[in-house]
Design a protein around this ligand. Structure first.
Ligand code: SF4
Length: 616
C-alpha cells in the first residue's frame, strides 16, 4: 500500500504562514499505524513541505499523483493508493478542490480526510469529495480504516473513534523520525489532549472525554533533541498547559530538558499563575503565553461558559511580565450580549494593564459542532457560510461596530490588525515560479503552458502604459483561475508618467479575483480602502511626486516607490507618507540603505527587495 498524507498551509502572499504548517496529526497517524503493524515505513509519506507549502493547486495535483515516482523503476505505480488530507479552517476548500481533481487523474486512489473541519452536520458530509471521513481523534479510526483496506472491505463513509486511545502508548512522531527537526521550523508538541473547560465557541474539548496525557519522558526527550538539533522555537499545542496538579514538577523537568534555551510558546490561564509558577515558566523557556480573556463582560462570558477573575488575571499578567514573558491576550468580537461599548471597555482594560500592544483580536467563528453555532439564530447572528465562519453582526453589535472596534484597537495600541500584503520579486520559491514579468509576452505563454510550475502566490509586473499588455494579462487570468483557483495574486502596475485609471485597475483586479477565498474572507473587517486581498493591486513608480499623488488619489492601489541605485529619496517625505518601497540592497549606497531601514524600523514588511534592472 502507498499512502500519502497532505496538510495544506495557511496561504499568505509572502509564504510566511508556511513555517507553522507542521503535519503533526499525520505524524501521529503514521506512528500509531506503524506501531499497530498496519503500515511499514516505506508504505507512507507526508507530502514534503518544499512542495506542499509552495506549489500552486495544479502543482499539488501533479506532485500528489507522482508522489511515489521513485517506485516506478521497481515496476510499481508512482501514484499513491490512498491520499489522506488534514482539514482545517484555512485549507478545507482548497483540499476539497484538490480531491475533486485527484479523482479525475487517480480514479483508483482512495481519498480520505480528517481534522477539526470534519464534524457531523457540516457540508463536508453531504457534499464530500472524499471516499471516507475520519471524525474526532484520528489514530484509532484511521487504524480501523487501514484494517478494512487490508481485509479488502469497502470503506465506510465515516470512521469515528470508539473509546479513547491511551496516549502513553502513542509514539511521538519526532522521536520516531517521522517529522524531522529543522532549525528554522518550530517544533510542535502536545503533552495532553482534552480540555477541562467547555467554551461554547470551541469544538476541541468535545472530541475527547476528559484530559489524557502523553508519555512524560517523550515530551522531555523531544525538547532535548530539538535543542541539540538547533531548533529555536517550540509550540506547546495544549489548550491549557497549566491544567495539571504537578505543574511545578513538570516545569522544573521542562527547564532541565530545555538546557538549549528554546523559546517556548504556550496557551495558559493567567489566573493560575503565582510568583513561584511564574519564575518556573520563565526558567523553562516560556517566551510568550496566549491567554484567552475574550471580553470583560460577565454576561457574555457566562453565555459561552467561561469565567474570569479580574484580580488574579491582572496578578498573573504582572508576574509573567516581570519574568519577561510576552502575554498575548485573546479577545473575541461578536460574542452574545457583547456590544460595541463592552468591547471598548475591554480594550480600555487592556490599555490600563499594558496588555494592548500584544493583544490578538478575532471575530467570533461559528465553528462546526459548537454551542454558538447552534444558538446563532437565537442571538441574531449573521455570519459567513464558509471558513472562517465569522459572525458579521449580532443582536448587540453591527458589522460597522465590529469594524470600528478593530479601528479603535489599531489606533489605541498603534498596531495593525492585519499587515497589508506585499508583492515579491524573487523569481522562484522552492522551485515554483513566484514572480512573472508580464511585460514580456513569452513569460505569459510560459505560465499558460506550465500551470503546475507556479507557486501558490504569484506577483505579476505589468506596464501600466501599455493597455494591450494589461488586456493580455487579463485574458491569461481566465486560464490561471481554471488551473489554480486558490492562488494569491499581487499585480504591480508600473509607470513613471501617470497613475493608472480606475477602470483599468478594476478590470484587471476582477479578472483575477476570487472573493470567497479564505485569505480574502479572513480580511473581511479590514479597514483598508482597497477591497481585494486575494488579488492585490499595486502601483510602482520611480517618480516620487507621482507616488505621493497616487497615495492621495488612488485608493484602489497600494503605492510602491521604487528607489533607484543612487538612492534619491527625500527621507522626511518618505517618513511622513510611508509608501511601500522597492529597492535593490546591492545597488543602494550604504548610507541610504541605512536611512531607509531606520525610517521603516516598525514597518519592515513595507520594504520590498527587487533587482534594479527591473525598473530600468
Ligand atoms: S477554547 Fe481553549 S479552554 Fe476553551 S474549551 Fe477550547 S481548548 Fe478548552
Amino acid at each position: 500500500m502507498k499512502i500519502l498524507f497532505v496538510q495544506l498551509p495557511v496561504q499568505e502572499p509572502s509564504f510566511e504562514g508556511t513555517r507553522s504548517n507542521v503535519p503533526l496529526a499525520a505524524g501521529y497517524l503514521a506512528a500509531w499505524a506503524e506501531k499497530c503493524g498496519l503500515l511499514s515505513r516505506d508504505e507512507w509519506r507526508i507530502l514534503p513541505r518544499t512542495i506542499v507549502d509552495y506549489a500552486s493547486d495544479r502543482g499539488l495535483v501533479e506532485a500528489i499523483a507522482s508522489a511515489f515516482a521513485d517506485k516506478v523503476a521497481a515496476g510499481e505505480s508512482g501514484a499513491p493508493d490512498l491520499v489522506a488530507f488534514s482539514l482545517y479552517l484555512w485549507n478545507l476548500e482548497r483540499s476539497a478542490w484538490l480531491a475533486t481533481e485527484l479523482e479525475k487523474v487517480l480514479p483508483r486512489a482512495r481519498l480520505i480526510a480528517g481534522g477539526p473541519e470534519v464534524v457531523h452536520g457540516m457540508p463536508i458530509f453531504s457534499r464530500s469529495p472524499f471516499h471516507a471521513l475520519i471524525e474526532g481523534e484520528g489514530e484509532l479510526p484511521f487504524a480501523r480504516l487501514l484494517d478494512d483496506i487490508r481485509r479488502g472491505k469497502p470503506l465506510e463513509k465515516s470512521y469515528r473513534a470508539e473509546g479513547d486511545l491511551d496516549l502513553v502508548e502513542l509514539p511521538n512522531p519526532y522521536l520516531e523520525g517521522i517529522i524531522p527537526f529543522e532549525a528554522d521550523i518550530p517544533v510542535h508538541i502536545e503533552t495532553m489532549r482534552g480540555c477541562p473547560a467547555n467554551c461554547g465557541y470551541c469544538y476541541y474539548g468535545k472530541n475527547f472525554h476528559g484530559v489524557r496525557r502523553m508519555k512524560r519522558e517523550d515530551v522531555y526527550r523531544v525538547v532535548e533533541r530539538a535543542g541539540k538539533e538547533g531548533v529555536s522555537e517550540l509550540y506547546l499545542m495544549d489548550p491549557s498547559f497549566q491544567a495539571t496538579e504537578d505543574l511545578p514538577e513538570r516545569l522544573i523537568a521542562l527547564a532541565k530538558a530545555n538546557s538549549a534555551g528554546l523559546s517556548i510558546h504556550a496557551e495558559l490561564r493567567l489566573e493560575s499563575i503565582n510568583e513561584e509558577v511564574g519564575r518556573l515558566y520563565a526558567a523553562a523557556g516560556l517566551a510568550s503565553a496566549e491567554v484567552g480573556l475574550q471580553t470583560m463582560n460577565a454576561k457574555a462570558l457566562d453565555a459561552v461558559g467561561r469565567r474570569w477573575d479580574r484580580k488574579s488575571f491582572e496578578r498573573g499578567a504582572e508576574i509573567l511580565a516581570k519574568n519577561r514573558v510576552t502575554v498575548k491576550t485573546g479577545l473575541i468580537l461578536g460574542l452574545p450580549f457583547d456590544g460595541y461599548e463592552d468591547v471598548i471597555a475591554t480594550l480600555d482594560f487592556l490599555g490600563m494593564t499594558g496588555l494592548g500592544q500584544d493583544a490578538e483580536l478575532y471575530p467570533l467563528s461559528l465553528l462546526p459542532g459548537t454551542l454558538v453555532r447552534e444558538k446563532a439564530d437565537d442571538w441574531g447572528m449573521t455570519r459567513m457560510d464558509r471558513p472562517p465562519y465569522w459572525v458579521t453582526s449580532t443582536d448587540w453589535i453591527s458589522q460597522d461596530d465590529i469594524s470600528d472596534a478593530i479601528a479603535a484597537f489599531e489606533d489605541g495600541f498603534d498596531v495593525e490588525w492585519t499587515a497589508p500584503p506585499a508583492p515579491h520579486f524573487r523569481e522562484f520559491e522552492n522551485g515554483y515560479r513566484a514572480f512573472v514579468d508580464a511585460r514580456r509576452e513569452e513569460n505569459l505563454d510560459w505560465i499558460r503552458l506550465n500551470p503546475a510550475k507556479l507557486a501558490h502566490s504569484v506577483t505579476f509586473l505589468v506596464d501600466a502604459d501599455n493597455p494591450e499588455g494589461m488586456a493580455r494579462l487579463a485574458r491569461v487570468a481566465r486560464d490561471l483561475k481554471r488551473d489554480n483557483p486558490f492562488a494569491l495574486y499581487q499585480i504591480v502596475l508600473r509607470s513613471d508618467s501617470r497613475v493608472p485609471g480606475e477602470k483599468l485597475v478594476l478590470r484587471l483586479a476582477d479578472a483575477f479575483a476570487y472573493r470567497d477565498h479564505y485569505y480574502e474572507l479572513s480580511r473581511y473587517f479590514s479597514l483598508d480602502p482597497q477591497a481585494g486581498y486575494q488579488t492585490r493591486m499595486f502601483f510602482a513608480t520611480r517618480n516620487p511626486s507621482l507616488a505621493y499623488r497616487a497615495m492621495e488619489e488612488a485608493q484602489d492601489l497600494e503605492t510602491c516607490l521604487v528607489v533607484g541605485g543612487k538612492g534619491g529619496f527625500n527621507a522626511d517625505r518618505l517618513a511622513e507618507q510611508l509608501p511601500f518601497v522597492i529597492f535593490d540592497r546591492d545597488a543602494l549606497p550604504f548610507d541610504r540603505l541605512y536611512e531607509l531601514l531606520m525610517i521603516y524600523t516598525d514597518f519592515r514588511h513595507m520594504l520590498v527587495e527587487a533587482p534594479e534592472e527591473l525598473w530600468t
